[in-house]
Write a protein that binds this ligand. Sequence first.
Ligand code: PLP
Length: 347
Amino acid sequence: MTYPIDLRSDTVTQPSPAMRQFMAQAEVGDAVIDIDPTTERLEKLTAEMLGKEAAIFMPSGSMTNQIAIRLHCRPGDEFLCEENCHVYNYEQAAFAQLSGVVARTLPGEHGVLQPEQFEGKVRPENDHLVRTRLVCLENTHNRGSGKVQPFDVVQKITNWAHDHGLKTHLDGARLFNAAAATGIPVADWSAMFDTVSVCFSKGLGAPVGSALAGPAEFIRQAKRARKLFGGGMRQSGIIAAGALFALQNNVTRLSEDHEKAAKLAEAVRQTEGIHLDVDPVETNIVIFSIDKELGTAAQLQAALSERGVEVLSVAPQKIRMVTHLDVSMLQVDAAIEVIKQTLPALA
Ligand SMILES: *Cc1c(COP(=O)(O)O)cnc(C)c1O
């Protein structure tokens, strides 16, 4: 068995030898002066897969999300989002810091909002008020334990938004996981939104990068904003190649990660003193709470780490485990054994 077994995040994956080979051989140019051919190939393939006119490669999902918000809104505008979403919680409110935009959060259930919650949320034209411009959703939902947004719910919310003259953006950092879990193609999810952000550095296993997809003119403006945000990259084909390799090789295997997460979830279900946050686990993220009598999440994280299993404490009593392509089913079995042995020893 190979240790450590790293379940902290699906961002910890190492580029495989084949991916590294592909990256080493990538044809590159200067994407700031004019064109980097490999980056261009990646952008074309991403746009095609998402069914959008164009896509643009960026260093991170925070940048794709924040540039989308910046372009959909103007200073003094607001967007609607779920209160636990990544855009609001984990990106330093860049929409406020960099773009003068404010967020109005709505409470979801494990990251899922209901269409009724949006009623009356568009502010009227009035000099006292900010202007409501955009709805942002996240699929799958990170803090919602990888929960998939129900397709019909997303359809109702985005229809409502468009009927009310609002734009829609999808934080699809794990959209490919949502597609794998439901069998609904990424393009069908994507079609409901004006713009979509996807990450290559999560479950897809590339070392760096995200893409923003949408209408050609919007993506042209996004290129300008990317330069403003310091995200213009020159021989970006080296890293774009990792993302391209990921799109071509690592999409269909995502369901394996979901099987591994289901196995971890089953173990949590059967173990006394720990409880699944969301049951069933739908994709690759397992969040569970630990009873106070047993100890804290930080104590459990430290104890597991000593035994070669890395997890993330995400709240005083909550632990997150994420499956990915660098954790085998055998390692999942081994991690389960370690958890079972460690828990009683904690108290
Ligand atoms: C990881 C992630 C992002 C982007 O994160 P970066 O680290 O900036 O690439 C955006 N949204 C969600 C839901 C994520 O999990």
